[in-house]
Ligand binder design. Structure first.
Ligand code: GRF
Length: 243
């Protein structure tokens, strides 16, 4: 991606309440993330996420997938709306539609998703919402967490950008585990977008390396070119979090 003058333009795709969207809105507004949400698109009419966008003065668009003859037509409208808003990065935030390879390829390296578990565990087609937390509890796993990753053709299988772990307590229910994971999600997604906006994500195969911050000069948006030398792998340590 070429260098850009203004803040990174982000399009957020949603289907629900938009708590993660709100974290992105707040982080951009407070300038903790050098990005601007250019459009919010929901496939669910009346989703509360749309209200959050409007309240923040962000264009909010409904594209109800049921009103399109097929998936391809829906995705053409999605792509047109994102392009009209000159979106440079697409963030899926509780967006409950699987995207086809055609759409994913059109935004290759420029789509992120957040998942409420530590991928590659507890991911895949039917894993969303409380089903994820119920599966974690049923497995007996002692840790869960959240993952922000680049979207590739395989659902929940793209390169991991940020991952944060939380403990699974003996008396957890899906609701209590979900709440603990959610607190981390609200920090993890803004961090991933900030790293992207700063041009600090270098993808090599399925691994993402996080480059050190640049001092001075304009921000570079996008995945940094790979020079083969690599960089320290990302660990979601307190020092790498947004304050
Ligand atoms: C998050 O748990 C995220 O991991 C999943 O959807 C949830 C966000 O939904 N993909 P919302 O922001 O409350 O609508």
């Amino acid at each position: 991606m070429p260098e850009h003058a203004g803040p990174l333009r982000v399009g957020v795709l949603v289907s629900g309440t938009g708590t993660v969207l709100q974290a992105l809105i707040d982080a951009c507004r407070s300038r903790k993330v050098p990005a601007q949400i250019a459009v919010v698109i929901s496939n669910v009419p009346g989703a509360f996420a749309l209200d959050r966008a409007r309240t923040a003065g962000i264009p909010a668009v409904t594209l109800d997938h049921r009103e399109f003859p097929n998936r391809a037509a829906f995705e053409v409208a999605l792509q047109d709306t994102l392009n009209q808003a000159r979106v440079q990065l697409v963030c899926l935030a509780g967006f409950l539609r699987i995207l086809t390879p055609g759409f994913v390829d059109a935004f290759a390296g420029r789509i992120m998703n957040i998942h409420p578990a530590l991928l590659p565990a507890f991911g895949g087609k039917s894993m969303y919402g409380d089903r994820v937390h119920e599966a974690v509890l049923a497995s007996g796993a002692r840790v869960s967490g959240c993952t922000v990753h680049f979207v590739t053709r395989d659902p929940d299988a793209g390169p991991v950008i940020v991952q944060t772990a939380v403990p699974v307590e003996d008396d957890d229910t899906a609701a209590t585990l979900s709440a603990r994971v959610r607190r981390e999600e609200l920090r993890a997604y803004p961090l991933a977008v900030r790293l992207f906006a700063e041009g600090r994500l270098q993808v090599q195969g399925n691994r993402v390396h996080v480059l050190p911050p640049r001092t001075g000069g304009p921000d570079r948006a996008g995945a940094a070119p790979s020079d083969g030398r690599g960089a320290p792998p990302l660990r979601s340590t307190p020092s790498s979090r947004l304050s």
